[in-house]
Design a protein around this ligand. Structure first.
Ligand code: S3P
Length: 437
């Protein structure tokens, strides 16, 4: 298990980020490319696939269900689709590591299969809430079992006929939406999901790209069961969530000027750019184009003095994975930053409100956690040892904090950076971060 491998980052203070780089592929899109490619008729070719541990967990799960998948090799994956009903019962429980996306989306897909299966994960994934998917799936007729706390392992009984439901999601979650849409592909009639606020729409876009009709009216998304998927070519853009660490690093470190190439700028993902711009970051987009149904651009960020803001709540779902890094930006701004409406951060790979507040306090920043957000008074970042709690995004965020720190920052438990950003240390070093592992 990666979280049990010893990995400590030591980052020397100061420096600036410069150059042109391409960060690895989008994690959310990479997961979906394997899932839909496996269920399609024909051969799906993926380029730019993220070879991180989370995506490899999804890929291996489909191999365990008899799908012939070649690669990944330099981001290229070739999937021989088995069709909607071609998956085979895996010989053992499917281990999904740290990956909440794999677990929640696959629960929806497996609820509709003819075979039983069990999904397990690492110590972090084993504490994450799953009733948000198992409750609505039960309304569709699915049979699943979790622990008494509603956490993994999840046991799914196959052979249950599903019927479409009309579901009002209580939390804005793309994982819940996607889980229900995947189950809906097999359900009798129409499955509709209404979101309280827009969340990433990669599932809807990719289903459409594979020829499966998706009805979208405002925040209501519907699919009708019984259709089929036709193989497609997928070019995965760079992950804006991984680009975020470099955007924040460049925004806070004087002298920085970095260009992040071919970044996915899907409107449901660009909260981080919107928020940094509100904080008066110097960000420009160029070479905007659409690739395989997803908008991409090169993102150039230059240093500028940031201002603290009250973050608008409507930006929260659009930047949900970017707050650890944004908290570091807030620590380096002029004036207070206040985040509210972000309770979901408490149930990510770690409790990102508590863990970031603890780490920032160790570094001398007045960061006060609240139930659903944080209040940050900027100040001089100091030196110290912080805990990432095995959360990849916490580790990378504190690494960037060193650019403005008065002394070295040591970050414990960083092995899970490989879940989303293999090669982070080498790429960050190349751009000017003085980091060693
Ligand atoms: C994801 C959705 C988000 C996000 C996660 C990836 C996805 O989770 O935090 O990293 O690929 O659908 P929620 O649906 O829990 O917000």
């Amino acid at each position: 298990m990666s979280s049990e491998r010893e990995c400590i980052f030591t980052v020397q203070p100061g420096g600036q980020l410069t150059g042109n780089i391409r960060v690895p592929g989008d994690k959310s899109i990479s997961h979906r490319s394997i899932m839909l490619g496996a269920l399609a008729e024909g051969i799906t070719e993926v380029s730019g696939f993220l070879e991180g541990e989370d995506n490899l967990a999804t890929l291996n799960a489909f191999r365990d269900m008899g799908v012939d998948i070649q690669g990944p090799e330099n981001g290229r994956v070739v999937i021989k689709g088995v069709g909607m009903h071609g998956l085979k019962k895996p010989a053992k429980a499917l281990y999904l590591g740290n990956s909440g996306t794999s677990m929640r989306l696959l629960t929806g897909l497996f609820a509709a299969q003819q075979f039983d299966c069990e999904l397990t994960g690492d110590s972090s994934l084993s504490t994450r809430p799953m009733r948000r998917v198992t409750d609505p799936l039960a309304k569709m007729g699915a049979k699943t079992e979790t622990t008494d706390q509603g956490t993994p392992p999840i046991k799914i009984s196959g052979g249950q006929p599903l019927k479409g439901i009309d579901y009002d999601m209580p939390v804005a979650s793309a994982q819940v939406k996607s889980c229900l849409l995947l189950a809906g592909l097999y359900a009798e009639g129409k499955t509709c999901v209404t979101e309280p606020a827009p969340t990433r729409d990669h599932t809807e876009r990719m289903l459409t790209g594979f020829g499966y009709p998706v009805e979208v009216k405002g925040n209501r998304i519907c699919v009708t069961g019984g259709g089929k998927l036709t193989a497609s070519k997928i070019d995965v853009p760079s992950d804006i969530s991984s680009a975020t660490f470099f955007m924040v690093g460049a925004a806070i470190a004087p002298g920085s000027d970095i260009t992040l190439e071919h970044v996915g700028i899907n409107p449901t993902r660009i909260g981080v750019i919107n928020i940094l711009k509100m904080m008066e970051a110097d960000i420009t987009l160029c070479n905007e184009q659409t690739v395989g149904g997803e908008p991409v651009a090169d993102v150039r960020v230059k240093y500028s003095q940031l201002k603290g803001i009250r973050i608008p709540e409507d930006q929260v779902p659009l930047a949900i994975d970017e707050f650890p890094a944004l908290f570091v930006a807030a620590a380096c701004a002029e004036g207070e930053t206040v985040l509210t409406g972000a309770k979901e951060l408490r149930v990510k790979e770690s409790d990102r409100i508590q863990v970031m507040a603890d780490g920032l306090q160790i570094l001398g920043i007045n960061a006060q956690p609240t139930e659903d957000g944080m209040v940050i008074q900027p100040g001089q970042l100091g030196s110290g040892t912080v805990e990432s709690h095995g959360d990849h995004r916490i580790a990378m965020s504190f690494a960037m904090a060193a650019l403005r720190a008065s002394g070295p920052i040591t970050i414990n438990n960083c092995a899970n950076v490989d879940t989303s950003f293999p090669g982070f240390v080498a790429l960050a070093s190349k751009t000017g971060l003085n980091i060693s592992e």
